[in-house]
Structures are given as C-alpha cells and as structure tokens.
Design a binder for this molecule. Structure first.
Ligand code: HEM
Length: 417
C-alpha cells in the first residue's frame, strides 16, 4: 500500500503556525483557515501538531480548532458546548420565511434545534429508509438509463449531483412536476464553506411559499411521506413552521455531502480496478468499503460548538459564546486513532470515523446517506463493471468534472433489478 505524500511540520505555534500553513493572519493574530486547508492532509497535520489552537475562519468567525480525534470526540459531546451560535437569537430562522442562508440552519437557537431534531429523528428512521430502498434504486436506474454509456460523460452533473436531490424528493414525496424546481433551487446552494450562496432572498421566499402550500396539502390529504409523518407527530404550537424549517434543513444538509462522497468515492474505486470489480463479486463487503470512503473523504469538514458557559478544553478556557471547531477531515486522519491514516484501506475494520459527527448534532440522515451510497455504488459497479475514468477529477473552468465512460466495450447494458 502506498502512503499519500505527507509532510511533518516543523513549526506549529503562533505566527509560525500561519507560516507553516501558508495562511494569512487575521487582525487578532490568528491564522485564517481556508476551505482548502480543511481538506489538505499536510495543513491538517500542521494544525494537529498545534493542539487546540486559535484560528479565524474568515468573515469575523474566530475561535479555537482541533484536528485530534480524542479532543474532538470529547468536544462534540461535552455539556456546556452547544451547537447554538452566539448570534443564533438574532439570526433569522426558516420559520421567518426570509432565510436563504443555508449555514444559519445549522446554528439554530437551542430550543428550536431540539424541537426540530426530535421531530426529524422520530420520523427519519431506519424503517423509513428501508421502505424507500426500492424508490432509491429506481431513481439510480433512471438517471443511469438517461445518459450515454459508450462516450465520456461528466458523472458529477449526470449522476452524483442529481441523485441525492432525487432521493430527497422521494423522501418528501415532492410531486413530479415540481422536482426540477426543487433541484434547481438546491443546486443554487452550491456554496462551499466560505463562499456565498447563489440563492437570492426572493427565491428563498418563493421556496417557503411553495413548501407552505405543500405542507397545507399534506395536512388535507395525508400520504406516507416524511412531511405527513412530521405533521402527525410534531409537538409545538407552530407545527407548520417547524415542518417548514425541518424540510429546509433536510434539503440543505442532505445533498452536498452525498454528492462529494459519490464523486470522490467513484474516482477512488475506479482508480483501484480490483475494488470496483469486487463490489459486484462480493456485495457484502461494500458496507465496509463505504465506511472507509466516509473516513477517507470526510465530505463535511467542520463541526462547530459554542460554549454556553465557562468551560475548559485541554487546559484552554473557553468563555461563553466562544467557538471550538472540529476539523473532521483531520480528526479522521489522526495517526493516534487510525493506522496509516492517509491510506485508503478498504480492508480497514473497527472504523470509528466521525464523518457523521457525534453527540447532539450527529447527522440525522446517516442511515439514509449510507443506503443511497450503497445503492448508487452497487448499481454503478454491477451495471458498468468495465467503466473507466478518462481523466482525473478535474476543476476545469471552475467546475468540477469526473469524466467517465460507463460501458466502453458494451453497446447496451441490462438494467439491474
Ligand atoms: C455522506 C453523507 C453525509 C455526511 C458525511 C453528513 C455529515 C454530517 C455532519 C458531520 C453533521 C453534523 C454537523 C455539525 O455538527 O454541525 C450533519 C448534520 C446533519 N445532517 Fe448529515 N451528512 C450526510 C448526509 C445527510 C443526509 C442524506 C441527510 C438528510 C436527508 C442529512 C441530514 C443532516 C441534518 C438534518 C443534520 C443537522 C443535525 C443537527 O443540526 O442536529 N445528512 N451531517
């Protein structure tokens, strides 16, 4: 097995840390951590050596950061550290219609967050996910039927991006004519961490209006979908608003990490042909491969907590409102926890990665995500065992592409049932 290039830092403190990272310093003297650094093994290693360290995330967001597994595991479950942003009270919530900044939905005031979380987790169960499997399979097959098989296609645009949105539409039972509208809206939330969303305020209001109509329709004519289920079991005076917030939270949270995992996962597996072929030959093994992809890719890079009272993390005192950010891609490559952490090892067992976070903000869609990734990869590898990557994952003209020929040798491919 070949290790990725990995450079051990020599300097990792004070402005030396910024130098070692090649980072700018914010006015308060902390290194400004970019989105790229949060994915770069070398930068993450430098940060890990610095321990719990003061950083700026840009945009006035300052706080502390850890890339160590043991520290992050403690931080994410610690009483006194909540997911509520200190500005949450003044942030607009989804119930207030105007919201179109996706990030805000992740840092709601504690009361609202607890209520929404309870409502979603009671309904987005393993049972519901199992009941959706056939429909997820159908969505995967339909998307793959609709693209050319014997010429290069960009699998991001033709599959990795539309697939998770199609699954969300199934989960919420969005009527077929409106699915394109939802997809285009969700695509507008392209912003990677640190960039602005493309969704405008008026588009946000329009979406809220559309979803309110849908919620009212489900109230009158219940279905077997998640919206109906949440309406039945929600427990506040503002039930419709809560359901609206929950739908938006799911739309925001439920597509980008799946797209990233599929994009990078397909590339990793196609580059290791024997792994691609083993998916078909040994389907039982796929869940272990998926866990390693989750660890190695770590689609969501940050999980943040804010002190609700004076608290201490590794001798660092955090006053009320102070943020501590767990850099999950670094945490999942901590050599103290994972042997050869920078190697993709599909035989890895006891893989207790934190790709879905931990504690009171642990991913509510983990079961659904695992199911859709399983169906997507097994469908692709079974229908297209000879698929080839024609180029590496590239970022041509600012748009990521994954050029693949699905069936270079086969003129037609049978649909997998
Ligand atoms: C590979 C796919 C996914 C990964 C790696 C992932 C990862 C995460 C992580 C790390 C968090 C915690 C964020 C934090 O601490 O602030 C989170 C939260 C969340 N995820 Fe996922 N997620 C994935 C897919 C999904 C899907 C498919 C859904 C739903 C359809 C979903 C729904 C949510 C929700 C609602 C939250 C917010 C929980 C809260 O605020 O309490 N996720 N996810």
């Amino acid at each position: 097995m070949q290790e990725d290039p990995f450079i051990t830092p020599s300097e990792s403190n004070g402005s030396g840390l910024a130098d070692a990272l090649g980072a700018a310093l914010c006015p308060a003297g902390s290194p400004v951590i970019s989105a790229e650094m949060l994915r770069n093994p070398k930068a993450l290693s430098v940060l890990r050596d610095a321990g719990v360290t003061q950083v700026s995330l840009g945009g006035g967001e300052n706080g502390w950061m850890t890339t160590r597994y043991a520290t992050a595991s403690a931080v994410l479950v610690k009483t006194g550290l909540r997911g509520e942003h200190p500005m949450a009270g003044s942030m607009r919530t989804a119930a207030q219609e105007e919201v179109c900044d996706e990030e805000q939905l992740f840092f709601l005031p504690t009361d609202e967050h607890t209520r929404l979380r309870r409502m979603i987790s009671r309904q987005l169960t393993h049972r519901r996910v199992a009941g959706l499997a056939e429909r997820i399979q159908r969505e995967a097959d339909q998307l793959l039927d609709s693209i050319p098989h014997s010429e290069p296609v960009d699998l991001i645009q033709s599959f990795c991006r539309p697939f998770p949105v199609a699954v969300l539409c199934e989960l919420l039972d969005i009527p077929a004519p409106e699915r394109r509208y939802i997809r285009n809206y969700v695509y507008g939330w392209v912003a990677e961490y640190g960039e602005a969303s493309l969704v405008t305020k008026s588009a946000g209001i329009e979406l809220a209006d559309y979803l309110k109509t849908l919620i009212a329709a489900r109230g009158e004519a219940p279905g077997d979908d998640l919206i109906t289920a949440m309406l039945r079991t929600g427990e506040s005076d503002s039930l419709d608003e809560d359901v609206l917030s929950a739908i938006r939270l799911l739309l925001v949270a439920g597509h980008r990490p799946v797209t990233r995992l599929l994009t990078e996962g397909i590339e990793i597996l196609l580059e290791r042909r024997e792994e691609w072929e083993r998916i078909k030959q040994d389907p039982e093994r796929l869940s272990q491969v998926i866990e390693e992809l989750l660890r190695y890719v770590t689609p969501t890079t940050l999980s943040s907590r804010y002190a609700s009272e004076d608290t201490v993390v590794e001798d660092v005192p955090l006053g009320p409102g102070t943020g501590i950010h767990c850099a999950l891609a670094g945490v999942n490559r901590d050599p103290e926890k994972f042997e050869h952490p920078n190697t993709f090892d599909p035989n890895r067992t006891a893989n207790h990665h934190l790709a879905f976070g931990l504690g009171h903000k642990h991913c509510l869609g983990a079961a659904l995500a695992r199911a859709e990734i399983d169906i997507a990869l097994s469908t692709l590898a079974t229908r297209f065992p000879h698929a080839v990557l024609t180029e590496k994952l590239s970022d041509e003209s600012g748009r990521r592409q994954l050029p693949v020929v699905l069936a270079p040798d086969l003129p037609t491919c049978p649909v997998r049932h």
